[in-house]
Design a protein around this ligand. Structure first.
Ligand SMILES: [Zn+2]
Length: 235
């Protein structure tokens, strides 16, 4: 190991000039010729995938943000008593939140993204509700519906994360969650329209799910069929 005669920085055997001050390196004592030595720096700069992903998300955010600001400014300057830009702004914001925001995070976590998305969808719905002076549907139907759907999404995501290996159990659990979801949605609609709180559509969904669950349990217990399916469909 040698040092630069000009600035004193430590020099690798392979360098022909100092990386810091560009002073030529002449060291007669180094046995390795510069051509044979291993270059200490990579020839090509490799940007980590996470950084590239967040950079792309940042550019996408700007693509969303700039036209929105322009439209809002135009709308405010040429105000004919009608705030049309709010539709564009709200829609852009929800698309950004659902599809760009997760990629901006260093470590996307489902317990952060899914509640944030749910709040975003509730706010988005509330914007239209207030513009159109809706009559009670926001609190009686929309918000419970959004919460039920996002709870379903969250539980499915968690199941997929922790039960990755055993696919028949995974599919069975998701089907159970689908039927619970359909029960919840139907009861919410029936409650909102003041119908009798008796499940009808969700019973049919439940029956379909049960039949599928029976199929998947038989697949799980039948090793040969399972192996054949795995081979055929790469699952
Ligand atoms: Zn130097």
């Amino acid at each position: 190991m040698s040092y630069c005669v000009n600035c004193g920085v430590e020099l690798d055997d392979s360098v022909k000039s100092c990386a810091l001050c560009s002073t030529p390196v002449i060291n007669p004592n180094v046995s390795v010729s510069p051509e044979d030595a291993v270059d200490p720096f990579p020839a090509r700069m490799v940007i980590p995938a996470g950084v590239r992903r967040r950079y792309a998300a940042f550019i996408a955010s700007m693509v969303f943000l700039i036209p929105n600001i322009v439209c809002l400014v135009i709308n405010l300057l040429l105000n004919f008593g009608y705030l049309w830009a709010i539709y564009l702004n709200a829609t852009s914001a929800i698309i950004w939140l659902l599809f760009v925001f997760p990629f901006l995070l260093r470590k996307p976590k489902s317990y952060i993204i899914i509640p944030v998305d749910a709040i975003g969808v509730i706010l988005y719905t509330a914007v239209f509700y207030s513009i159109q002076h809706g009559e009670g549907w926001l609190f009686k139907l929309a918000i419970p519906l959004i919460l039920v759907v996002f709870t379903f999404v969250f539980s499915v995501v968690e199941w997929i994360k922790y039960k990755r290996r055993d696919w028949p159990i995974l599919v069975t659990s998701i089907l159970i969650q689908v039927s619970v979801l359909s029960f919840a949605i139907e009861l919410l609609f029936r409650y909102y329209y003041s119908l009798r709180l008796l499940p009808v559509v969700s019973i049919i969904v439940f029956a379909c799910c049960l039949a599928l669950i029976a199929f998947f349990i038989s697949v799980k217990s039948n090793k040969r069929l399972r192996a054949w399916l795995s081979r055929k469909f790469f699952i």
